[in-house]
Design a binder for this molecule. Structure first.
Ligand code: NAD
Length: 464
């Protein structure tokens, strides 16, 4: 079936799906969970083949997202009563209808491909939309599984999966979807937003960027190092929320670098056989991304950065060693480009103001991390920076918590996913104002012609 035919089916099915009750949508989400569970072996293997990491790890947050939506959907769908008080509501009722937007397009990326293809779709469906999902062509085995899961759980006029690369995404973007969701990099994010503008389709953009870590002088360096090492090395750093660069007081820089290196070794090279031999260290998704990350390291090295740990690259094996760079300067590409690989840049600072000024040199990130024991320092860094989300004395942990809204700001994204925030994101909040049916009970109306005192009355109201 062509993309256009799939869209036409979804559009034809949208009014029926919009009328489904909370119980009916819950049953559909439960069918989705069952279909996922019926494909565990394949998901496990696809992850191993694609990035040398079991695909099962992505499924727990998906399960929680589905369970949370199922438990709260009835409440979320209820019309929200508006608080009385504004003059426009005197004697009237005001409420909000949560209506589906219609047909939603979801373009997903390749890291955690099952989770990223399906988790936003949970909110889209909970809100009563029909959905077209295009998984990433860079994780083709996972994409095929997503298609099988969807075809098991849904009718083609409810959810459709289309497979292919940018050309298929472009074909879909030319169609009049009622909302477009994209998860991926900023460059394509712009293309998606421009294409959506042709149809005045609102967008949800879940993008990336350079996530800073600010380590305060009061931080427990060993604890910070362990958590940052872990945050940067899960999926070999191919996580949108992974810490990208670290700002640490000059006096503690070497201690932190040593602790980071010791942790990389303890996690992935305890026997001394080398990280490459570790079954727990992932591979980069494809040769192009491997070359891109290797290029960032080479450029930094050529311009004077020091490799404090790692630095090995094996393009044939899509392997980039966990790497720590110091002496990074603004002339290096890695200072401003998202790494999306297992590389950490460690930079020194003297004052808190200097640290927040360094963060402000870059677009607002998706995540920002603060390691500190001193409450004043935590508050200072939190209040003087901006990011889509933040974690204190940890990193990456703020992802996939259905009770917290997830998203970026400006370059790192637009809109919010997850739980109630995701339900609202894909709903049209239709404001309804209702007068009593009996005109005698209705609030007074002020029809023309107006007496001379009308202006005086308005003035009195404005100045009272
Ligand atoms: P990508 O751009 O290669 O792929 C994402 C989707 O866009 C795919 O479906 C792909 O087919 C489509 N696409 C690619 N080129 C296109 C074009 N020209 N026109 C239309 N569609 C096109 O993904 P990527 O950039 O390699 O993904 C990595 C990025 O995703 C990183 O920046 C990462 O931070 C970000 N990311 C963000 C989140 C989040 O939730 N905020 C999650 C995961 C990844």
């Amino acid at each position: 079936m062509s993309v256009k035919e799939a869209f036409q089916r979804l559009r034809a099915g949208a009014p029926k799906f919009a009328r489904t009750t909370a119980a009916e949508r819950v049953a559909k989400l439960q069918a989705l969970q069952k279909a996922v569970n019926d494909h565990l072996d394949e998901i496990d293997e696809a992850g191993m083949a694609e990035i040398n990491m079991s695909g099962l790890g992505q499924l727990l947050p998906l399960k929680e997202e589905i369970a949370w939506a199922c438990a709260h959907l009835e409440q979320w769908m209820k019309p929200g009563e508006a608080a009385a008080g504004p003059s426009g509501l005197m004697g009237r009722r005001g409420y909000v209808h949560h209506e589906p937007k219609g047909v939603v397009l979801h373009l997903a990326t390749w890291n955690a491909p099952v989770l990223i293809s399906l988790s936003p779709a949970v909110s889209m469906l909970a809100a009563g939309n029909t959905v077209m999902i295009k998984p990433s062509e860079l994780a083709p085995r996972s994409a095929e599984i997503v298609k099988k899961i969807i075809e098991q759980a849904f009718a083609p006029d409810e959810v459709a999966v289309v497979l292919g690369g940018p050309e298929v995404a472009q074909e879909a973007l030319a169609l009049p979807f009622n909302h477009v969701c994209y998860v991926g990099g900023t460059r394509v994010g712009k293309i998606v937003m421009k294409a959506a503008a042709d149809h005045f389709a609102p967008v949800t953009l879940e993008l990336g960027g350079k996530n800073p870590v600010i380590v305060d002088k009061s931080a427990d360096i060993e604890d910070a190092a362990k958590k940052i090492t872990f945050g940067r090395s899960i999926m070999a750093g191919q996580v949108c929320l992974a810490p990208d660069y670290i700002l640490v007081p000059h006096a503690q820089r070497d201690k932190l670098v040593d602790a980071l290196a010791a942790n990389f070794k303890a996690f992935y090279d305890p026997s001394g056989a080398g990280v490459k031999a570790s079954a727990d260290f992932s591979r980069i998704i494809n040769p192009n991304h491997t070359k891109r990350i290797a290029g960032l390291i080479a450029d930094a090295k050529a311009k004077g950065a020091k490799i404090a740990y790692g630095g090995d690259v094996d393009e044939g094996q899509r392997y980039i060693a966990p790497t720590i760079l110091t002496d990074v300067t603004d002339e290096m590409d890695i200072a401003f480009e998202e790494t999306f690989g297992p590389v950490l840049c460690v930079m020194g600072y003297d004052t808190r103001e200097e640290a927040v000024a360094e963060v402000a040199k870059r677009p607002k990130p998706l995540g920002l991390y603060i390691f500190a024991a001193d409450r004043d320092a935590i508050d200072f860094f939190l209040n003087n920076t901006r990011s889509g989300s933040a974690a204190i004395n940890n990193n990456v942990t703020q992802a996939n918590i259905p009770t917290l809204p997830f998203g970026g700001c400006n370059h790192s994204g637009i809109g919010r996913l997850g739980g109630h925030a995701g339900f609202l994101e894909f709903s049209n909040l239709r404001a309804v104002v209702e007068d009593p049916a009996d005109p005698k009970q209705a609030p007074p109306a002020f029809y023309p012609p107006y007496p001379a005192e009308a202006r005086m009355f308005l003035r009195a109201m404005l100045t009272s």
